[in-house]
Design a binder for this molecule. Structure first.
Ligand SMILES: C[S@@+](CC[C@H](N)C(=O)[O-])C[C@H]1O[C@@H](n2cnc3c(N)ncnc32)[C@H](O)[C@@H]1O
Length: 277
């Protein structure tokens, strides 16, 4: 009998995070903290945070804060500021509160980027760190950010340019199928970064600074190996390949690490914009 192959890949778990099992959310919480601790991720964060000019006592809103890694960094950088991390996942927020217990200027709140409960003009800056690509109808979220920002307030968006995710080191490389499947399953809109300049201008922001950033992993590819594995699992779960082939692809990724020819990379983009005075 011919196996049935579903035409669409799985949908982005983050975009419907409150529907996910608590175990899945707990595992993702761990992934978010490990990713945030990665030196390349920290370098990218420092680079674009240096583009944000806010007063020392600023009110900041970190939307889609997850376990609060970026919120904590903001709270440490602005000890006189007031930072709020917002996320729909109570599981992520429980971890976020635990990890921020030593930061009195940081609090967390449950909510949705597309329907904020804050007053007009109540924040000096709004941050979306690898969040906007996971939100269906990002224009609604950006309109809300515009509404809650004061005149002259700053919008900062940092996200993966996930169409660039590569595990290939040649044409027709089978590991690239894993990269593509993982991105399709993990990210609601892989083209968000390319669409972002037009989106923010349409909402009314003026662009201040954009950067192209990225990560590359070769010898100790912690994060990029998880992409290979997740992609192989997605392809198997969708019935596109057998469990044996999924295992073979994961082994191939590890063989490449062992023989020094593994290459995994993702470009990221940042955009800082202002609400006109
Ligand atoms: C990839 S995680 C990024 C988390 C955090 N910013 C970080 O970089 O560690 C994406 C986050 O977006 C959140 N999210 C998904 N849909 C959302 C929505 N509609 N409004 C606000 N946040 C949302 C998820 O719960 C998740 O925490």
């Amino acid at each position: 009998m011919t196996a049935y192959i579903r035409p669409r890949l799985m949908s982005d778990v983050y975009s419907t995070i409150t529907d996910a099992d608590r175990d899945v959310q707990a595992r993702l919480a761990d992934v978010l903290e490990r990713r945030a601790a990665d030196p390349q991720q920290r370098d990218m964060l420092s680079a674009y945070l240096s583009d944000i000019d806010v007063p020392e006592a600023a009110n900041l809103l970190d939307i889609g804060c997850g376990t609060g890694a970026v919120s904590r960094e903001l709270a440490r950088r602005l000890p006189q500021g007031r930072i709020i991390g917002l996320d729909p996942s109570p599981v992520f927020l429980a971890t976020a509160r635990q990890l921020a217990s030593d930061l009195p200027n940081l609090s967390f709140s449950e909510g949705d980027a597309r329907n904020l409960s804050y007053d007009n003009c109540s924040f000096d800056a709004v941050i979306y760190h690898t969040t906007l690509s996971h939100i269906p109808s990002p224009e609604t979220a950006l309109n809300e950010a515009f509404r809650v920002l004061r005149s002259g307030g700053i919008l900062a968006v940092f996200d993966g340019n996930y169409t660039t995710t590569t595990l290939a080191n040649g044409a027709f490389d089978p590991l690239q199928a894993c990269a593509d499947a993982a991105m399709a399953a993990l990210v609601h809109d892989r083209w968000l970064i390319q669409k972002l300049p037009a989106l923010v201008r349409h909402v009314g922001f003026s662009i201040i600074k954009q950067r192209s950033l990225g990560i590359v992993e070769t010898d100790e590819p912690d994060y990029m190996l998880t992409i290979a594995d997740r992609g192989a699992d997605v392809l198997a779960a969708e019935g596109r390949i057998s469990a044996d082939l999924a295992l073979a692809l994961k082994n191939e990724a590890r063989r490449r690490v062992g023989s020094g020819c593994f290459y995994g990379s993702i470009a990221y983009g940042s955009l800082v914009a202002g609400k006109p005075l």
